[in-house]
Design a protein around this ligand. Structure first.
Ligand code: C2E
Ligand code: MG
Ligand code: MG
Ligand code: MG
Length: 279
């Protein structure tokens, strides 16, 4: 921490900001290349049905191993990619890669699972999204109901009419739709009921303290009740302890995803997760 008003304060902040700006610029410049070099990888995190312990889904999550900067979190490079627009290409590549992987697991005899991919705001806003999704399904031979698209509340904010028509166009392809990070955004509940969503993912911010914080517990309980009244499944994100899992079970939350069972892992490790969760 720099001392307020102390000598060198501005210098400190200038240097820190310059480093940050330089890093963002480097990330921006190298992202395009990274995909071609195979430095971007897709990891998979299993989703478990709480009642049975069965693996019922995976979420595809981007990873970037940079030659000099090391491992860069998607929380850092996705916003950069979103700003530059390259997220559209990267996102399409993730969807294709994850769909190919899911089709391969099906061919190996695994069944009863979905493959979820995160959509960026730019992908969601693109007119040709339904066409691109249809193309991925056709190229990979993946049954549409196996693919799940994760959207966020911030996308829904842009325009309700266009959000609705995009969601319905995707739904018409037969894919599943989930609202990610639910509870952290600003979406109106009145609009939410119109969206053809299959699932709500409760943000890990609520799950983290669910057993200690009565407020977080109350919010989670309300989200589950509302989702169920709209016919949606609830997935809890960021479940790390047995106590959190048991609390969620008590709330009738159907599925969980979190380090308690597995971190996001490469495909060859993820496939072992089909054995399921045995408390
Ligand atoms: P998200 O979609 O909400 O993904 C869940 C995040 O929670 C992942 O972080 C996952 O590793 C982390 N997580 C899962 N279980 C636990 C847990 O038990 N404890 C804790 N502390 N964390 C847990 P990750 O992989 O770093 O991704 C961060 C975000 O980056 C994602 O949040 C998503 O918004 C974005 N992202 C990742 N891959 C993609 C992608 O292919 N496309 C787009 N548009 N965004 C992506
Ligand atoms: Mg997600
Ligand atoms: Mg999330
Ligand atoms: Mg998140």
């Amino acid at each position: 921490h720099a001392k307020p008003n102390g000598p060198g304060t501005y210098l400190y902040f200038d240097a820190a900001m310059n480093r940050q700006a330089a890093r963002s610029l480097q990330i921006h410049n190298e992202l395009h290349h990274a995909m071609g070099l195979g430095a971007l990888q897709v990891y998979y995190q299993p989703q478990i049905r709480i009642a049975t312990g069965a693996v019922v889904g995976f979420e595809a999550l981007l990873r970037w191993q940079h030659p000099t900067l090391g491992w860069i979190s998607p929380a850092e490079f996705i916003p950069v990619a979103e700003q530059s627009g390259i997220i559209v290409q990267i996102g399409h590549w993730v969807m294709h890669t994850a769909a190919t992987q899911a089709a391969q697991w099906l061919a190996q005899g695994h069944s009863g699972f979905r493959m979820a991919v995160n959509l960026s705001a730019r992908q969601f806003a693109a007119k040709d999204l339904p066409k691109l999704v249809a193309q991925v399904l056709q190229d990979t031979g993946l049954p549409p109901e196996v693919l799940e698209l994760e959207v966020t509340e911030s996308m829904a904010l842009q325009s309700v009419a266009s959000t609705l028509s995009t969601l319905h166009a995707c739904k018409a392809l037969g894919v599943k739709l989930a609202m990610d990070d639910f509870g952290t955004g600003y979406s109106s509940l009145a609009y939410l009921k119109q969206y053809p969503l299959d699932a709500l993912k409760i943000d890990q911010a609520f799950v983290r303290n669910i057993t200690q914080d009565p407020g977080d517990a109350a919010i989670t309980r309300a989200i589950v009740a509302m989702a169920h009244s709209f016919g949606m499944t609830v997935i809890a994100e960021g479940v790390e302890t047995v106590e959190q899992l048991e609390f969620l079970r008590g709330l009738q939350c159907e599925e969980f995803q979190g380090y308690l069972f597995s971190k996001p892992v490469p495909a060859d490790e993820a496939v072992k997760c089909f054995a399921g969760y045995r408390g």
